[in-house]
Design a protein around this ligand. Structure first.
Ligand code: PLP
Length: 354
């Protein structure tokens, strides 16, 4: 039933908010439902955050986030003026919808994708059209050409985990010269090709990334966008009309240290990719079809047992995965890649459940 209150604005009343994966407190679950990283954040980042928790918190943080932006710029081979940072990439994406898209011009995104996109379109009154994926969830590149209002695609896509090549993204950029193309690279570090190198070449490209997945810092809430100055300035105009201080002092410092700790980043992401490949093989032996994944999660369906049944039974067994009751994907489960121990425990439970 839709909730209502006489105190809500018309805007608040018509919203259909995003529903995040469960964060349960009642018992100890193996949590494979929100694509968090199973490994802790960089110890250097944690040390820096602890050291920064001092009297300086009485002061506002740097509204320009200059240090973090220059750290990101240096790490990715860009200029600071080509970097925007925000309170999680969700905020960066929300600002992007406001900064680059208009009500009457249709924005394109895949029909199976991150479910926050229609939520943003709805709050900002932006019209959109869903581009259907092929049956194997691959993305029809030409379907994204000549958009009226712009394009947003996650690469790899969520929740399918399928990636497309930089060449394909470049085709989409070239065929939307006057519109912004946003590539949401939340999962790119787990094996897909990033288009960060295309930023200097294409003035309509905005690349959005986050610390939440590959750098184990979902709790710190830091995301960013890379693009040419016009796009970054557009985002800054929106930010400074809502909240000048979206990142707090601890987040600014922790994020910069996490980016600098390249060794830790490489080690943890490689571990996750290795676990993913091993578990994919085990699941295939159990009768699952696994969509080829370049992310820290897999999208799976079983030849005999309905996904919803597996989801419910696994939950009873203390394993949380994500089930989307939506046409086209309602016989699939999205399973985040945990530690080897967690994934082995999941396989054990599947043997009971199937
Ligand atoms: C997780 C995720 C994000 C958001 O991450 P933040 O925690 O807000 O940085 C953005 N896009 C996709 C596709 C995601 O899965």
């Amino acid at each position: 039933m839709k909730r209502m209150s006489k105190y809500w604005s018309k805007l608040a009343a018509r919203l259909e908010p995003y529903v995040p994966g469960e964060q349960l407190k009642d018992k100890k679950y193996i949590k494979l439902n929100t694509n968090e990283n199973p490994y802790p954040p960089s110890p250097k980042a944690l040390e820096a955050i602890k050291a920064a928790a001092d009297g300086s918190l009485k002061l506002y943080p740097d509204p320009l986030a200059a240090d973090l932006r220059s750290t990101l710029a240096e790490h990715y081979g860009l200029k600071s003026s080509q970097v925007f940072v925000g309170n999680g990439s969700d905020e960066v994406l929300a600002f992007s919808f406001m900064a680059f898209f208009n009500a009457e011009e249709e924005v394109l995104f895949p029909d199976v994708t991150y479910s926050f996109y229609p939520v943003y379109a709805n709050i900002f009154n932006i019209s959109y059209r869903l581009v259907p994926l092929a049956e194997d969830f691959s993305l029809p590149v030409e379907g994204f050409f000549n958009a009226e209002g712009g394009v947003i695609i996650p690469n790899p896509n969520a929740p399918t985990a399928r990636a497309i090549s930089s060449k394909d993204i470049e085709m989409i950029l070239v065929n939307n010269k006057d519109k912004v193309v946003i590539v949401d690279e939340a999962y790119v570090d787990f094996g897909a090709e990033s288009v960060v190198e295309l930023v200097d070449k294409h003035e309509n490209l905005l690349v959005v990334q986050t610390l939440s997945k590959s750098r184990s810092l979902a709790g710190l809430r830091v995301g960013w966008a890379f693009g040419q100055e016009d796009l970054i300035d557009g985002l800054t105009r929106v930010k400074d009309s809502i909240n000048s201080y979206t990142l707090d002092r601890l987040a600014l410092i922790g994020a910069a240290e996490a980016i600098k700790d390249e060794d830790y980043f490489q080690e943890t992401r490689e571990r996750i990719m290795a676990t993913r490949e091993r578990i994919t093989a085990s699941l295939e032996n159990l009768g699952f079809k696994v969509i080829p994944s370049k992310a820290n999660f897999i999208f799976i369906t079983h030849e005999n047992t309905p996904a919803e049944d597996i989801f419910k039974r696994l939950r009873e067994e203390g394993v949380l995965v994500r089930y989307f009751n939506k046409p086209g994907i309602d016989n699939y489960l999205r399973v985040s890649i945990g530690t080897d121990e967690e994934m082995d425990a999941m396989i054990e439970k599947l043997l009971i459940v199937l």
